[in-house]
Design a protein around this ligand. Structure first.
Ligand SMILES: Nc1nc2c(ncn2[C@@H]2O[C@H](COP(=O)(O)OP(=O)(O)OP(=O)(O)O)[C@@H](O)[C@H]2O)c(=O)[nH]1
Ligand SMILES: [Mg+2]
Length: 451
């Protein structure tokens, strides 16, 4: 942490401008050595300076240099940003010079890591930065901004505060038994307190499921026998002729993918090869892949042909998707109905004609209902999304179950207190208030270089 780090903070492609970022106690001194026009060590903080980078009497580029002195900077250290021309040869050259005259190349995520270690942001905010950089939809961007802005952190901090109060109550009685006016915390009281904490954790976990949808989208597989109209449906949903449609069975042999957004949620659509028994080697590989895709997807759209009786393969597929989130789509309703489908208790059936483009909106509406996407509009997106945090919340719930058992068994309060403390620590790992160095290194290494 004592050295001064540098990295190119913009992407490697061509652009009008690229930014090289330098952070550390010698940041200004080092850049000053190659800035031609003026003495940057003398300029006020948070100012921008026009000039040239010169090294070994050679001008390398015309630049704007931002000087930001500690502590009001991203890392809380002295930070300099060089805006140069956006060509990889130019940026690399300037970076090389910086590395020769005293900077060390930053590791991926090291700027953000310093911001965290110096206490400017917590782990949820750091992860928010990463999520913002990686966000693919408008909703995901909003969610990341809430993480970044500390809203999500506050949720956890409030929960920890409540636990701390319970702990304080217990401790006071243990440390000062002579104070008669402090009431003993009873098992009954404790049980009530723990129930409250449990409810809050469960609420965050439940809402986080939606967060996961926003972040990861819904992997949607379109499956069915050959020729039922899977590719036709994909094309209609995407509003482009992405997959080949013919009257020949087995047209789609490998998967075709596309993406649509419904109420801000990304649907990753995968059109698959029609499922049947075949001797064609290529088609057979496609069929097996289709079966695999069913396993891996979040939502299955099983397409059946309204104009044909169900076959053995249709039945097999209905059986296969029974325990998955699914919608049965009966296609070709423009043709006479010959389908003999009896499905009691099946709520999710939609009838369409991919050819005439009828029922497509109903299908979308069904998906909106299934995932409560309606409610997502205007909803406060304050919840945790990453697997690390969710695992910690689940561990906390397990401990709560242990505590509930201990209370039932009337175990001494100071024994139970140990588990309560553990929950407090686990929740601290979410925000990074309690952390292990190894975890921190691993986490920040997932960041982009220069961030
Ligand atoms: N009448 C009618 N024909 C349709 C409809 N949807 C698709 N078809 C026709 O059915 C045939 C097969 O359509 P595809 O979309 O290629 O079917 P698929 O399920 O992708 O078939 P494979 O890729 O072979 O598994 C084509 O001739 C389509 O024009 C529909 O709603 N009504
Ligand atoms: Mg097809």
């Amino acid at each position: 942490m004592n050295d001064t780090i540098a990295a190119i903070s913009t992407t490697a492609g061509k652009g009008a401008i690229a930014i090289i970022r330098i952070s550390g106690k010698d940041a200004i001194k080092i850049v000053n050595k190659i800035f031609k026009e003026k003495n940057l060590e003398k300029v006020p903080t948070h100012t921008i300076h026009y000039g040239h980078i010169e090294y070994n009497k050679k001008i390398e580029d015309e630049v704007l240099v931002s000087i930001m002195r500690a502590p009001k900077t991203f890392t809380t250290e002295d930070v300099v940003e060089i805006n140069c021309h956006g060509n990889i040869l130019v940026t690399k050259k300037i970076l090389e010079i910086l590395l020769t005259i005293g900077c060390r190349l930053a590791e991926p995520g090291e700027f953000t890591k310093r911001a965290f270690l110096n206490g400017r942001i917590d782990l949820i905010e750091a992860e928010g930065i990463m999520n913002l950089i990686n966000s693919k939809s408008e909703k995901e961007r909003e969610l990341a901004l809430n993480e970044l802005g500390g809203k999500v952190s506050n949720l956890i901090k409030e929960l920890r505060q409540k636990i701390l109060e319970i702990l304080a109550n217990i401790e006071v009685k243990i440390d000062y038994p002579e104070y008669e006016d402090i009431e003993d915390i009873t098992h009954e009281q404790l049980s009530k307190n723990i129930k409250e904490i449990e409810n809050e954790i469960k609420k965050i976990l439940k809402e986080s499921q939606t967060g996961k949808l926003i972040e990861q989208g819904i992997k949607t597989a379109i499956v069915g026998r050959p020729n039922v109209g899977k590719s036709s449906l994909l094309n209609k949903l995407l509003d482009e002729e992405k997959a080949i449609v013919t009257e020949i069975e087995g047209t789609t042999r490998d998967t075709v993918e596309g993406t649509i957004t419904i109420n801000g949620i990304i649907l990753d659509l995968i059109d698959t090869a029609g499922i049947r028994k075949t001797d064609d080697i290529v088609e057979n590989i496609g069929v097996n892949k289709s079966l695999e895709i069913i396993e891996k997807s979040d939502l299955v759209l099983l397409i059946l042909n309204n104009n044909e009786e169900l076959t053995e393969y249709d039945q097999k597929l209905i059986e296969k998707i029974k325990n998955k989130q699914h919608i049965i789509v009966i296609n070709k309703i423009d043709l006479p109905s010959k389908i003999n489908l009896k499905l009691e208790n099946e709520k999710n059936i939609v009838k369409i004609s991919a050819l005439n483009q009828t029922g497509i909106e109903n299908l979308k509406q069904k998906i909106i209902e299934m995932y409560n996407l309606e409610q997502l509009e205007g909803k406060d997106l304050t919840y945790l999304t990453n697997a690390r945090s969710l695992a910690l919340l689940n561990q906390s719930l397990e401990l709560i179950n242990d505590i509930k058992t201990s209370i039932k068994l009337n175990q001494p309060i100071d024994m139970i207190e140990i588990d309560i403390k553990k929950i407090w620590e686990l929740l601290g790992e979410i925000t990074g208030e309690t952390y292990q160095e190894e975890l921190i290194n691993q986490l920040f290494s997932q960041f982009c270089l220069g961030k």
